[in-house]
Design a binder for this molecule. Structure first.
Ligand SMILES: *Cc1c(COP(=O)(O)O)cnc(C)c1O
Length: 427
């Protein structure tokens, strides 16, 4: 497989775009390669500018659960754009989207649309602080909630320590009120609550952690968070930007039957267009401007193109209910990978929730961020390179989830498993 055109384009991109990319992980830095430039996609496949075909398990980092260029989504966008892309005025589409979200997610009574997952978490945090009149927030090590200043706190500092910013350009004053806890560890939360429970506005969590691979919540973890938040007047925020409409139509909160106070959404909700949303209990949401004192706004929020793509995606998911099939296919793939790694005696852990999965190059069970960090990333990079060479497009990092879409066929899965075998022979 050659990628000479991609290589030329990457060199050209690097002259005018920092690192050649508009989001860092696309640069393939952690696998020491140059990225293919993608020219089109259809169903489970994407194609690069050199004419190579790949079976895609990135799915634009989550949104493409129906596969690429799904005919209904293409038609909905085409139909809308011809009637005007944006008005900055109310449209029926916004009501239809809000009704779909309130209907799908048991905890959402009202919802506001934004343009990215980052905006959703940023706004939900501000709302929780305005509502509780408290300053501190708690996040979990290894959970990613977009590039909000106060949420760019590394996890490595461990529970009970005050947040240290992860990025240059974030003054430590901005993360002073961010506390870090350990995923799947209620003791780390209890310590924080004992120290300053009455100052905590919100606990924000990915109910299935998808930005340190794939880590399911252990039994009792989400329930424990719910109990503690209720007891101490803390707003529980589920960041379901990745898990919403992914692990179940109604998200992780439906799968695990836990009602958060606020929920953040994005990715699938936009059907491939830029989108985010946050919603929850009516009495909290009514604190938002123009009803309440918490300011939040957006020129393109709820724009017709994103709403049209999102609505048709959600309706298709509701009507066709691909979730049992996704579960079956992802289990087939995950179990197949697990068996091959065992056969080749490569230390590994396969974690999976529905159609989200991750194979870690470690023998340590992965239940939190420090467990995940025991992975052999060099070995992952070799595995990744072999898979890419064989036309299997995985996320270029050990710490990302892979996604099976409704467009993946049994043949795609078998071809992927055949490639895994070759990759394991090579490493
Ligand atoms: C992708 C993601 C975000 C950020 O969404 P953007 O649209 O990239 O800003 C936030 N939270 C979670 C859990 C995500 O997976």
């Amino acid at each position: 497989m050659t990628r000479t055109t991609s290589k030329k384009l990457f060199d050209r991109a690097c002259k005018v775009i920092p690192g050649g990319v508009n989001s860092p992980v696309r640069a393939y830095g952690s696998v020491n390669l140059d990225p293919p430039f993608i020219i089109r996609g259809r169903g489970s496949k994407i194609y690069d500018v050199d004419g190579n075909e790949y079976i895609d398990y990135v799915g634009s980092w989550g949104p493409m659960i129906l596969g690429h260029a799904h005919p209904s989504v293409v038609e909905a966008i085409r139909d809308r754009v011809a009637r005007g892309a944006s008005f900055g005025a109310p449209t029926i589409l916004e009501i239809e989207m809000a009704e779909l979200l309130c209907d799908a997610l048991p905890s959402i009574e009202m919802v506001r649309m934004v343009n990215s997952g980052t905006e959703a978490t940023m706004s939900a945090i501000r709302l929780a602080r305005g509502y509780t009149q408290r300053k501190k927030i708690v996040k979990f090590a290894g959970c990613y909630h977009g590039h909000v200043d106060s949420l760019l706190v590394e996890a490595g500092s461990g529970a009970t320590t005050l947040g240290v910013p992860d990025s240059a350009g974030v003054p430590d004053e901005f993360t002073r009120n961010t506390l870090s806890a350990i995923f799947n560890d209620l003791d780390s939360i209890d310590t924080l609550i004992d120290n300053c429970g009455t100052e905590i506005a919100a606990i924000i969590v990915e109910p299935v952690a998808g930005n340190m691979g794939t880590i399911p919540p252990q039994p009792g973890f989400l329930e424990g968070l719910r109990e503690r938040c209720t007891k101490h007047g803390i707003v529980l925020i589920f960041d379901e930007v990745m898990t919403g409409f992914r692990v179940a139509y109604g998200g992780a909160q439906t799968l695990y039957n836990i009602k958060p106070d606020l929920t953040c959404l994005g990715k699938i909700v936009g059907g491939g267009m830029p989108v985010g949303a946050f919603g929850g209990k009516r009495d909290i949401m009514e604190h938002l401007a123009p009803l309440g004192g918490v300011y939040q706004a957006g020129t393109l929020s709820g724009n017709p193109l994103a709403m049209a793509a999102g609505i048709v995606t959600l309706r298709t998911l509701k009507n066709e209910n691909p979730y049992p099939e996704l579960e079956k296919n992802a289990a087939y793939l995950g179990d197949g990978i697990d068996a091959l790694f065992s056969e080749y005696k490569v230390p590994h852990v396969c974690n999976r929730v529905g159609s989200m999965l991750c194979t870690y190059f470690t023998a340590t069970p992965v239940n939190n961020y420090s467990n995940a960090q025991t992975s052999d990333c060099e070995r992952f990079a070799k595995y990744f390179a072999s898979m890419l060479e064989q036309g299997i497009y995985l996320a270029p990092s050990q710490f990302e989830a892979g996604f099976v879409s409704a467009a993946h066929s049994p043949d795609d899965l078998d071809r992927t498993l055949a490639a895994v075998k070759v990759a394991l022979e090579a490493i």
